[in-house]
Design a binder for this molecule. Structure first.
Ligand code: PGA
Length: 254
């Protein structure tokens, strides 16, 4: 890549796959991506499959991510999982602030600013998700929304941490709808996110990886991944099947 940034293709399984199904997936994926070079590959799996996926991907090019975590290390938070619990399993990273967590489970920007720091403290790679609703785009509030989400998400981090963050721009109207952002919409928003990072840490803006997410499929991936500021993809539905996901990984090397 001319940018010098290694693209990342991360599959977000959401609440899909038992351990048995996850094992079948990974046995299908590993041979398909073993010879692919110049791209990082991640799978974001349910808590229950983390240990099995860490074991099954050890020594491979696939990294395992959790899909959320709590901002504190321990405490009376029934049902929650902390960053040290994830890093103990050798999990590589964690998705933070996915729009489903924000909309359905009340995750706030304030909690996310703490989660980002907690992830780094535990040695986890965070993927911070940001993006506007359809109504916000129609009201021309996309930039305001992204500014708030990026500023809050990075608030507690130093410049060196900011350079290592991954941010996924995911317009909510494109998630799970089959309606993908146009190349121009994706490039504009991702470049805007990068500029916001630059406001906070000028050096980091060149290094930080910004992904696009929202209805990425094998047939539209190449066009999106070729955009100058897009450093990879966060893939939902098309990441559930090893063949389709491997095709998207392949598109990142083109
Ligand atoms: P999708 O989901 O690819 O199914 O639109 C993307 C996401 O939610 O990360």
């Amino acid at each position: 890549m001319t940018s010098g940034r290694t693209p990342l293709i991360a599959g977000n399984w959401k609440m899909h796959k038992t351990v048995e199904e996850a094992e079948a997936f990974i046995q299908g994926l590993l041979p398909r991506v073993s010879s692919v070079e110049g791209v990082d590959v991640g799978v974001c799996v349910p808590f229950t499959a983390l240990q099995a996926m860490v074991d099954s991907t050890r020594g491979s090019r696939v990294d395992v991510y959790a899909q959320t975590m709590h901002e504190t290390t321990h405490g009376a938070f029934t049902g929650e999982v902390s960053a040290p619990m994830l890093s103990e399993l050798d999990v590589h990273g964690v998705v933070l602030g996915h729009s489903e967590r924000r909309q359905l489970f009340g995750e706030t920007d304030r909690a996310l600013s703490q989660k980002m720091l907690a992830a780094f403290d535990a040695g986890l790679q965070p993927i911070l998700c940001v993006g506007e609703t359809e109504e916000e785009r129609a009201r021309e509030e996309t930039e305001r929304k992204l500014r708030n989400q990026v500023q809050e998400g990075l608030e507690r981090l130093g410049p060196e941490q900011i350079a290592r963050v991954v941010i996924a721009y995911e317009p909510i109207w494109a998630i799970g709808t089959g309606v993908v952002a146009t190349p121009e919409q994706a490039q504009d928003a991702v470049a805007f996110v990068r500029a916001l990072v630059g406001d906070k840490a000028p050096e980091a803006a060149r290094q930080v990886r910004v992904l696009y997410g929202g209805s990425v499929k094998p047939d539209n991936a190449a066009e999106l991944l070729a955009l100058p500021d897009v450093d990879g993809a966060l893939v939902g539905g098309a990441s559930l099947e090893p063949g389709a996901f491997a095709q998207i990984v392949g598109a990142a090397t083109a």
